[in-house]
Design a binder for this molecule. Sequence first.
Ligand code: AP5
Ligand code: MG
Length: 191
Amino acid sequence: MIGAPGAGKGTQAVRIAERFGVTHLSSGDLLRRHVADQTSIGRQIERYLAAGELVPDSIVMDVLRKPIVTASAAGGYVLDGFPRTVEQAETAYKVAVDLGVAVQAVVHLVVPRDELVRRLLERGRDSGRSDDNAAVITRRLEIYEAKTLPMLDYYSAREQVVSVDGAGPLDEVTEAVINALDRIRALLAEG
Ligand code: AP5
Ligand code: MG
């Protein structure tokens, strides 16, 4: 699940995971849990999260590897927030090959910038997230454009990328994502 900050990755990934009976894995949620639990990793990454900067790849992989292996053995996963750079996509590809799994679909949630900012500022009123404030939202959007959007070209060349309009009501977005995934599943089944 690829999308800008506030695009609805987490919200939709939970629903998609439930619908297809797979595990939802959010890199942001896993990283924030380390911060909340004050683990040694949490202490190293707190400032990156608060500034809206990317956490170093080695730490992200340390945090994600085990959950990916577990979810993969349990039947699959929806990844939300990872990979988010071309370098991470290449690493994810190697991990997947080692596990004998493959990306089946890449969903790109598309939402206009003013709506992203509106959602994040609204959430910031009571989310407690250190990065839901105007200055850091601007930085997160900058990084998304500079580092994550180029990754879409990487996937377009290799996998099934579907772009879904994520600006509408929650249920309509969910339905559009499920329809797109059902079409891809049908194509995969045909071989
Ligand atoms: P991460 O947790 O991934 O945050 P993000 O990309 O900024 O995105 P959000 O979680 O804010 O938004 P979302 O797309 O999940 O939308 P949501 O469903 O919540 O990453 C946070 C930080 O962790 C990064 O900045 C970085 O520091 C670090 N990090 C994470 N992964 C990393 C990686 N791979 N490498 C390096 N560093 C990494 O929805 C947003 C709001 O909008 C909610 O309030 C929701 O209720 C609302 N909403 C959703 N859909 C709709 C709708 N259709 N209509 C109206 N409101 C809606
Ligand atoms: Mg999220």
